[in-house]
Design a protein around this ligand. Structure first.
Ligand code: ADP
Ligand code: MG
Length: 420
């Protein structure tokens, strides 16, 4: 593992054996509603236990990829970021709680239905010997058991703040992971003269990006609980996400990029059929990301079928259906569709029929600064986002006519987090 010590490597492999603990949208909202310093402390402790396990599992997986993929320079680069972040977390100093406080916390947060955890936490320094109650119940139970109001010393607030800074730093370090790993896959394809990646690599990438979303949600939530104070928000989750508004925003952004890219006076029209006051619990940025990607694809297909000089284009239609279980969003275009043989390929990473865009990790810093097309990540990543909260994304195409994309979002919001 290059510059890292064997001791660290061993620790990572040890951590990787422990199970990950999922957190649902509803749990996060329930837990973070009143983010007192005590609540934040508990969340910090949960995250400081959970993230090293998740990072370690990714390192082990990056170490053991098929066909020498693990040796590609960009893959090694990504792995080293995971190792560094793992190190940051396990070395982060724990807060010292005065003895009388420990018992107070213990009483205040005593769970009613405590269950003994079979295994201790992998990190001996996270023994919580001072707050051993954290080990008497499964992690996800701990996570949302409110702690009540206790007066905490100022050191705790400082710990919460410093830990959030450490998390922000990790999140920033991992910003270029998607583009860098994509580069690694390119290195691999060039070496093996392959145009399409195999199913083993494909499913690794699905797991990897799914896990990345989970990690970033945990970090984003922990940071936002301390910094974001907007009505209807609990951290990064909006309890009253207005689908109509997010869709309008995605329409404006996708249309703008389309006009810019093709030099159009006006992009194809997009109509939205949705109740204006429809609200549900979601992370608005995720919703925007998925709609934006679907709309760019539909706009591109439409413009390329009729040509950039066409007088008019058939409109793209967004229809929103509200069910008991799901909210389904259909994006329909008349952009000529996709052939049945090519349809499975659209879900593979790096598959694109657009001119390939140069991969510049510095350019694609955020998850949302996306090009019109050519990266081949729009659909597979959007499907990861949808599945992350229990939804799904499907494409039905009529070759020669157009494509319908169905985005299903689970409105019950208590589906278990997928933990690859
Ligand atoms: P990109 O847009 O960067 O190519 P995507 O994952 O978004 O990557 O899409 C992959 C490919 O799927 C596109 O290049 C295109 O060939 C095809 N595709 C996606 N959506 C549509 C659509 N609505 N109509 C026709 N083809 C589509
Ligand atoms: Mg796309």
């Amino acid at each position: 593992m290059g510059a890292f010590t064997k001791q660290l490597t061993d620790k990572i492999y040890h951590f990787a054996k422990f199970p990950q603990t999922g957190v649902s949208l509803r749990q996060m909202v329930k837990f973070g509603q009143h983010p007192s310093q005590g609540v934040l402390l508990k969340a910090s402790q949960f995250v400081s236990e959970e993230l090293p396990i998740r990072l370690a599992r990714r390192v082990v997986e990056l170490d053991n990829l098929p066909h020498n993929l693990s040796q590609m320079p960009s893959v090694v680069k990504v792995k080293n970021w995971y190792i560094e972040s793992f190190k940051d977390l396990i070395e982060f100093p724990k807060p010292r709680l005065p003895a009388d406080l420990k018992s107070k916390i213990k009483d205040a947060s005593k769970p009613t239905d405590a269950v003994q955890l079979p295994a201790s936490h992998p990190n001996p320094s996270v023994s919580y010997s001072n707050t051993s109650k954290f080990h008497s119940v499964p992690m996800n139970h701990r996570f949302y058991t409110p702690m009540g109001d206790i007066d905490l010393p100022p050191e705790i607030a400082k710990y919460n703040k410093d830990f959030a800074k450490c998390l922000e730093n990790i999140k920033r370090r991992h910003d270029p992971v998607v583009t860098t790993l994509a580069q690694g896959i390119n290195e691999f394809k060039a070496l093996r003269h392959k145009t399409i990646i195999d199913t083993e690599v494909q499913s690794f990438l699905d797991r990897f990006y799914m896990s990345r979303i989970g990690i970033r949600v945990l970090i984003g939530q922990q940071v936002a609980l301390q910094t974001k104070n907007e009505p209807d928000y609990v951290g990064i989750i909006c309890t009253r996400t207005k689908l109509y508004d997010i869709a309008m925003e995605a329409i404006a952004n996708a249309s703008f990029i389309c006009e810019d890219y093709y030099g159009l006076f006006a992009a194809p029209k997009i109509t939205l059929h949705c109740r204006e006051d429809l609200e549900f619990m979601y992370i608005p940025s995720h919703l925007h990301h998925m709609l934006f990607e679907l709309l760019k694809n539909s706009l591109r297909a439409t413009v390329e079928l009729y040509g950039p000089d066409a007088d008019n284009y058939p409109p793209i239609k967004i229809v929103v259906a509200e069910g008991q279980e799901d909210i389904t969003i259909k994006v329909s275009d008349e952009g000529g569709g996709i052939s049945r043989s090519a349809l499975p390929m659209v879900w593979t990473y790096m598959y694109t029929t657009a001119e390939a865009q140069p991969l510049d990790p510095d350019f694609n810093q955020t998850d949302f600064k996306a090009p019109m097309a050519g990266f081949g990540y729009g659909l597979p990543i959007s499907r990861c986002y949808a599945r992350y909260f229990g939804g799904d994304l499907k494409l039905i195409s009529m070759e020669g006519y157009g494509t319908d994309a169905y985005l299903h979002l689970c409105r019950l919001s208590d589906s278990a987090e997928p933990l690859p």
